[in-house]
Design a protein around this ligand. Sequence first.
Ligand code: ZN
Length: 318
Amino acid sequence: MKNYSIGIDLGGTKILAAITDINTGKIVDEVKNKTKKIRGNSNILNITVDTLSELFNKTSINKDDINSIGLGLAGQVDRKNGVLLNGVNLDVKKLDFKSPLEEKFNIPVYTGNDVEAAALGELKFGSGVGYSDIVCIFIGTGIGSAIIENGKIRKGASETAGEIGHIIVDLNGRSCTCGANGCLEAYASRTAIESRILGAIKKGRTSIITDLTNTSSISSKHIKKALEAHDEVVCQYVAEAVEYLSGGIASIMNFYNPKLIILGGGLIQSVDEFYLNTIKKARMKALPIPSKNTDFKKAGLNDYSGVVGASCLFLSYN
Ligand SMILES: [Zn+2]
C-alpha cells in the first residue's frame, strides 16, 4: 500500500507543496515558493512543476510510495479533466494541470477547489473528525464554503455547491465581485471590513488603525489590536460584519441543518471576539431546533488545512 500523497495549495501569494502521510495527516516534507509576481498559464504551470521537482529532490520518501498529487485551486475547477477553468487571482484560464503533471511525474493527479480541499483536510484530520454532516466556512479575502454530506463533498448538480459568500443578504446592497448586489461576502469578508474602516478614516474619523499600519492593507492582527484598544471605528465595522455573517450562518443552519459548522480564516483564528459573537448571534437568529443542535468549531489545521486536504483529494474521486 502506498502511504503518502502530495498536496499542493496554490494561491495568489504562494504555492505550498507537501508530502502527507495519508494515515495520520502528518506532513513529512514541504516546499513553499512565492507566486506573487507570477501570473498566466505557462508561468503558473512552470512554478508548479519546479516546486514539485524541489519536493522530490528534498524528500527521502520513495516515489513509488506516493499514491497521488492533489491540487487545491482557487477558482472554478473541471475536476474530471484536471483543468482550472478560471483562476482570477492567478490570471489563468483553462489551465490543464492533469496531463502535463501526470506525464512528467507519472503519478495520478487530482484537482479540486481550494475550499473543498480545506474542508476535506478538516474532515479527515482536523476539527471535523467524527462528523459526517459539516459546513466549512472560511472568511478571508472573500467567503468560501464547502458542504460535507455523509462524509463526502457535496458538489451540486453543476459542481458549484457551497457558495455561501454569494447568498444575498441585502436586495439593494453593495456590489459584489460576482456582479450581483448585496452578497454576504461584500459585508462580512475581511476585505469588506477593511474597506469600511478605510472609508471611515478617509471621511475624517480617527482610528488607531492609522498608527498600526501605514499602508491601505489591514491584517487580522491589526483588527485584533484595534478591538483590544476599543477603537470605535473598528468595533463598529466588526460588529456590523458579525451581524451579517451570523445572519448568513443562521440561514445555513435552518436550510441545511448540518451537525457541525467549522469556521476558519485569519479573523476567526486570531480574533476570539469575532468568532464567539458570530456563533452567539447565529444561534439567536436560527430556528430553535437547529440552534440547539448545531456544533461550532474553529478550523483545526490552521494554514495547513488546504495542503493536507489537497493530498486527500483522491478520496473524493472514489
Ligand atoms: Zn457575489
